[in-house]
Design a protein around this ligand. Sequence first.
Ligand code: SF4
Length: 382
Amino acid sequence: MNRKIPEEPVPEEPIPEELRERAYQGKSTKEDAFQLLEIPPLELFRFADELRSLAVGDAVTYVVNRNINFTSRCLGTCGFCAFRDMNGYILSLDEIMGKVKEAKRENATEVCIQGGLLPDVGLDFYLGIVEAIKAEFPEMHIHAFSPMEVYHAAHSSGITIKEALFRLRKSGLESMPGTAAEILSDRVREIICPSKLRTGEWIEVVRQAHAAGIPTTATMMYGHIETREERIDHMLIIREIQKETGGFTEFVPLPFLPYNNPLGEKLMKEGRYATPGIEDLKTYALSRILLHGHIDNIQASWVKLGKKLAQFALYCGANDLGGTLMEENISKSAGASNGERISVEELEWMIHGAGRIPKERTTLYTGVYRMAPGNSRKIQGF
Ligand code: SF4
């Protein structure tokens, strides 16, 4: 007897064609973002990976750098901070220069400098650091001072943000970390960092930095009290700024670490812990899709995600693994246990292990370093 084999139902395309089209054109909407978060994660990752491939190909970049956190003292009151310590350390200029020298010895091309907000410290303090480094190491890229630090320096000195940025640029500051963004929602900021600059102020400092010729990164610290909508809005705000200024070099989603800080302790009492890995990867994928056509580089933080999840993020839209760091205080204080430094060899091992091509980049993604005859390193275009 002939048994009729039932016809396989044609599977529905999980991502509608119009939504895909809008993403290709860099025009994904807030509704698209909500819809994307509902589709099966592997489909989301696949789409983000496709856009990553279109935007930057198979190279995975990293930068050889050194973090320098010049003080742990801070006037701030951020509930998520485990680093602040009013009796903590302040590095002298000599100590800072010692760290820059160490960075130079280890072939770093960038120093990333940030610290707490010191009382009675104005712009001259920040200029002094930049000028001292540039005087001794003119080729070292100085990536320093968050929008909050610039705001603090300008206010303490009684000058405008514009003037502070102009003077920093003139003294040798080449780019700024787009930290202190947390979630760009005043509702959220009022709860987690009430004394920090407001959403509009963060945007204004960043806009003015870009106008002054200082590119910045863009970050988002997610996974605490923000809603999905606030997270999506944050990414769309970043996209709008980028349309206007073109000054962001990369987007870095940073999961909130709930340990050793008041906000995390409160959330853990309510049964909410660190973000699940799947949520991290979905956030990475969503950022790649929402920012497609505007910001090409999505950085996976191996410090926050751990090396293995950061490697997998390379299949969820990320194309950069950040820096070698050599020292890391902020995430470590909040419970990160992924180490403070990573060697170039290990980063390249991770990248090869993901089937991608490692490239050491400049801070601004303007080229890659290649070994040249005589064992020196030269910058070439991508
Ligand atoms: S996050 Fe920064 S500004 Fe806020 S308390 Fe910590 S060190 Fe200060």
